[in-house]
Design a protein around this ligand. Structure first.
Ligand code: 13P
Ligand code: SF4
Length: 306
């Protein structure tokens, strides 16, 4: 899309947004032009906090399906729109409520913790949720001596165990985008940029995490880049994060660790779809009252701990 079309469409979106009393929330992995029309850009935790407190009538959620579902759970009565209803998260789809129920029967008494990247049906079966930003805090808050089942990201689960020393039973899920990053990618990137610090997301494999100078959620990476004395960074997370990093730290250099780090689902939301979703207030994401009632405590507990 050329610059002129982006400007025209962005102007139309900003006007229509006011008319509709809508708020636009966007994840850091969204396309740059989509992030630029958002009222709030954030990581999964920041986005849930915003969704819980907004007083807008409509939430246009530029992210993936589970994020819009969480917004709908936390803000009942509001219209939640996902500009492309095919924007899902393959990792969230690696566990469903039936499979989880079966596993829970094998582990009676276990505390069930879900990564926020799960469906509302799965959250309804869990005790507490976490994001990559607060996972260590959430696990540390749990009573000692209880067994823990963690779904669905085995890489994040592994990272939490290494930080907290708590044993957990891990589901066999992972993010295709982050799991693609290999130790060789990091080693190669370091050869090209020997002065750069390596920041990676905990959805990466443990052997990649082991090579990093810093491991954190996307919002944590931004904070670290702003505050660090370092001038150059190698980034091990989805490529969309480069946009806010370069905007917030224009005098620093950021290199993506590999061009494989693209989440096709996050890229499904285009500016054009954002505009059409404001015109039509469709496609909507809703959660049945029965599921919402059971899923909300899992998200609320997470927000209380954070
Ligand atoms: P955070 O932005 O919370 O770090 O999440 C990463 C992610 O993969 C979201 O789908
Ligand atoms: Fe899901 Fe990974 Fe894409 Fe995040 S980056 S939405 S975890 S597939």
């Amino acid at each position: 899309m050329d610059q002129k079309t982006i400007q025209e469409l962005s102007g139309k979106i900003l006007n229509l947004k006011k008319e509709r009393k809508a708020v636009i929330l966007a994840h850091f992995y969204q396309r740059p032009e989509v992030q630029d029309v958002a009222d709030f850009i954030g990581d999964s935790l920041g986005l849930s906090q915003q969704a819980a407190k907004t007083d807008a009538d409509v939430i246009i959620f530029c992210g993936v399906h589970f994020m819009a579902e969480s917004a709908s759970i936390l803000s009942p009565g509001k219209i939640v729109v996902l500009p492309d209803d095919n924007a899902g998260c393959p990792m969230a789809d690696m566990v469903d409520a039936v499979q989880l129920d079966r596993k829970k029967r094998e582990m009676p008494g276990a505390i069930v913790v879900c990564y926020v990247n799960t469906s509302a049906e799965v959250k309804a079966e869990c005790d507490i949720a976490c994001t990559s930003a607060n996972a260590v805090q959430v696990i540390t808050s749990l009573p000692a001596g209880k067994s823990i089942l963690f779904v669905p990201d085995k890489n994040l689960g592994d990272y939490i165990m290494s930080k907290t020393g708590r044993e957990m039973m891990l589901w066999d899920g992972y993010c295709y985008t982050h799991d693609r990053l290999t130790p060789d990618d990091i080693i190669e990137a370091k050869k090209v940029h020997p002065e750069a610090l390596v920041m990676v997301h905990p959805e990466c494999r443990p052997e990649v995490v082991a090579l990093a100078d810093m491991v954190s959620s996307t919002a944590g990476m931004l904070r670290f880049a702003r505050e660090s004395e370092a001038r150059e960074f190698i980034i091990g997370t989805e490529i969309g994060i480069l946009h806010p990093l370069r905007k917030q730290c224009p005098d620093k250099k950021f290199h993506i660790a590999s061009n494989k780090l693209v989440c096709p689902n996050m890229k499904k939301t285009t500016l054009d779809k954002v505009y059409r979703s404001l015109v039509n207030l469709e496609p909507r994401v809703t959660v049945s009252e029965e599921i919402r009632e059971r899923a909300i405590s899992c998200l609320k507990r997470m927000l209380e701990v954070t």
